[in-house]
Design a binder for this molecule. Structure first.
Ligand SMILES: CC(=O)N[C@H]1[C@@H](OP(=O)(O)OP(=O)(O)OC[C@H]2O[C@@H](n3ccc(=O)[nH]c3=O)[C@H](O)[C@@H]2O)O[C@H](CO)[C@@H](O)[C@@H]1O[C@H](C)C(=O)N[C@@H](C)C(=O)N[C@H](CCC(=O)O)C(=O)O
Length: 499
């Protein structure tokens, strides 16, 4: 593609060189540059892409886009713009011929519920016989086939990778794409230049305050999704920030559809009932009502499946197919996932890593726990959370809702695990909770299993679907389902040896 067409009407100045050159690829990482590429220099959190311009040129970049003044060889075209992240998104969308506009693209944002809503919706769309793509913490997939990608972010890819994925999906005949859109992604313009037919807002509770600093900033970041939607804004009306957002978007050209468990919402749930491993309710929509059965317990799964029903309604899908799609989801990786069960005990892994989600996970399990509710958890390290009170509040919630807490590490990163555990433990103690502290997370899990008795439930909270732990600068493998399996196998062996 000619550079002139690629940058046409883009807000950037040509500092040097020819625009009449062919661009064969775009890269924002010098390590991905190939001959004939356009290199976009992005200022990162740890490094600065502007320092890699020379490297990119050596590898064959013929043009660069910058936001800072840098020297480059005369043979290379240099363009300057105010924000290279926005430019990258716009350039990528053009390079791949605006693929998001060729999809029924549904973006889901909110602190919690993005992944399970995505699972439910994918299943509904597949029940409706539609070829569906997903992008999120479960990876990028078409059906059950993973898409090849260079993306390195955990949830929402950088704009270049994202547009590439959309283009691949269009090429393979995908009609609908369900995507988790994180607040990180929105504030870093990863989704800019994408067009969403439907935007979903699940909820907002404190998280990622290391990046957004205040809840107001966090809310503004999440709200950015609704500047990118074209048809429907679908918002949880029972959430404080959802109500605020619905007022904010009321004047937009897009249609506002709300959901919740009161009949004030456009789509709402009644007759909610829970069992130890299911939830049933009736979903009411303007197109009629339908009985829903979710194979997971708890109010959060009413909200997350209802959001998927609401998307189905907005996409013109029959409500019976929506119900069948939700029922077809047997479990969700790392979401109240039962990783071991025998007549004595049940071991559950959940991603709960915020105050709100930990409280909800424990309260959901409590009514179905005949013995003790044993919690294994840590508080992950994030720069802004040093002294922010998260350790104290997580400790307090744990003490209030669990019978025994094994306080351990989550992702301690560069922070001292002993200090984290001491601070969390002191909060558990102050709130009258029973606890022990064990730095090694595997040993903490083993301790909980060893102390468990008939009818006890063990909740291992914080990491959910994640399969690594970040200790210092190293990411070490840590798959909780496998670890529980190993420990239980050791138990079985030692018991049979005794016999
Ligand atoms: C904090 C954050 O968002 N980090 C992301 C960011 O890393 P960074 O800013 O540190 O990158 P950097 O190393 O400083 O590099 C800066 C620039 O120099 C370039 N570079 C660097 C080295 C080199 O040799 N050549 C080169 O050109 C890089 O390509 C980059 O453009 O850019 C990298 C490249 O895309 C990402 O892999 C990385 O995601 C890390 C792994 C991450 O954990 N991100 C998390 C925080 C994240 O984004 N999470 C959200 C979900 C949040 C949630 O709701 O839970 C997500 O949407 O995934």
């Amino acid at each position: 593609m000619l550079l002139t067409s690629l940058v046409e009407k883009l807000d950037c100045a040509t500092l040097q060189g020819d625009l009449n050159i062919d661009i064969t690829d775009i890269a924002f990482d010098s390590r991905e540059v190939t001959k004939g590429s356009l290199f976009v220099a992005v200022t990162g959190f740890t490094q600065d892409g502007h320092h890699y311009i020379q490297k990119a040129i050596e590898l064959g970049a013929v043009a660069v886009v910058v936001e800072k003044d840098v020297a480059a060889a005369d043979s290379v075209t240099v363009l300057k713009t105010a924000d290279t992240r926005i430019a990258l998104a716009l350039l990528a969308a053009r390079f791949y011929d605006h693929p998001s506009e060729k999809l029924n693209l549904i973006g889901i944002t909110g602190t919690n519920g993005k992944t399970s809503t995505t699972y439910f919706l994918k299943s509904i769309l597949e029940q409706a016989g539609r070829k569906t793509g997903v992008i999120g913490t479960i990876g990028a997939k078409v059906g059950n086939q993973s898409l090849k990608t260079k993306s390195t972010t955990p949830t929402t890819p950088e704009s270049l990778h994202l547009q590439h994925m959309f283009a691949d999906m269009v090429e393979s005949g995908v009609q609908d794409c369900v995507m988790e859109v994180s607040s990180h992604a929105l504030s870093l313009h990863r989704a800019a230049a994408s067009r969403f037919k439907i935007g979903v807002f699940t909820n907002l509770t404190p998280d990622h305050l290391e990046l957004h600093r205040t809840m107001e900033e966090y809310f503004e970041a999440k709200s950015m999704l609704f500047d990118l939607t074209t048809d429907f804004n679908l918002i949880n009306l029972d959430d404080e920030f959802g109500r605020k957002l619905s007022q904010k978007v009321a004047g937009y050209d897009t249609k506002l559809v709300t959901y919740g468990i009161t009949d004030e919402a456009t789509i709402y749930a009644t007759d909610i009932r829970y069992g130890p491993d299911y939830t049933t309710y009736t979903a009411h929509t303007p197109a009629g009502h339908v009985d829903i059965r979710v194979n997971l317990p708890g109010l959060i799964y009413v909200y997350n499946s209802l959001a998927a029903v609401a998307c189905a309604y907005c996409s013109g899908i029959d409500l019976e197919l929506a119900a069948a799609g939700i029922h077809a989801v047997e479990s969700i990786k790392g979401r109240l996932e039962v990783v071991y069960q025998d007549e004595d005990r049940k071991i559950i892994v959940d991603f709960a890593h915020t105050e709100d989600s930990l409280e909800k996970a424990l309260s959901t399990l409590r009514p179905f726990t005949k013995g003790r509710l044993i919690l294994v958890f840590g508080v992950y390290a994030a720069p802004g959370q040093l002294g922010s009170g998260k350790r104290e509040s997580m400790g307090k919630i744990a003490a209030q809702h669990a019978d025994f807490c094994v306080v351990t590490t989550d992702n301690p990163k560069d922070q001292d695990p002993d200090t984290i555990i001491a601070e969390v433990s002191s909060a558990v103690r102050a709130a009258g909770g029973q606890y022990t502290g064990i730095v090694d997370r595997k040993e903490a899990i083993r301790y909980a299993i060893d102390m468990s008795q008939t009818n006890d439930v063990i909740l291992i909270a914080g990491k959910g679907h994640e399969t690594t732990q970040i200790i210092g600068k190293t990411e070490v493998p840590f798959n909780e389902a496998e670890i529980v399996g190993e420990i239980m196998a050791e138990h079985t062996n030692s018991t049979s040896k005794k016999v």
